[in-house]
Design a protein around this ligand. Sequence first.
Ligand SMILES: [Fe+2]
Length: 141
Amino acid sequence: MHRRFFLKGLGLIGVASSVAMPKPAFAGGMLDPMGSKLAGSLYYTMDAPGRWKGKEATHTPSIERSGNMIEVTTGHEMDGYVHYIVKHILLDENLEFVEETLFNPETDAPITEHDISGLNNRLYVVSLCNKHDAWLNTLAL
Ligand SMILES: [Fe+2]
């Protein structure tokens, strides 16, 4: 039996559109990326390290605020092009791209400063390792 006929027979076609679905309770109508099911699979956080469990401390970017500036630090080695932090990415409360800083692993430390005077409510920072993927952290403003 085809699925459509089966559902029609049960009177279920059209029902789903009239059922009130719960709205996501987060800024911009999106789900909280820190608590999303994607955390720990598509990207990683301190609380959701997924397959990289044990690497949280050296990959999760820390964010320190001083006025309208933040300093982002990833406590990760910069072992030339063998193993290093590729970049820091700053996103706004809606996960819109704000800016990024690429690192030269032969000369840079994975530390960046960002002016956040144009941002509201919350920001997100991604730290990208060439071996251990993308790590997300957030700061309420
Ligand atoms: Fe790494």
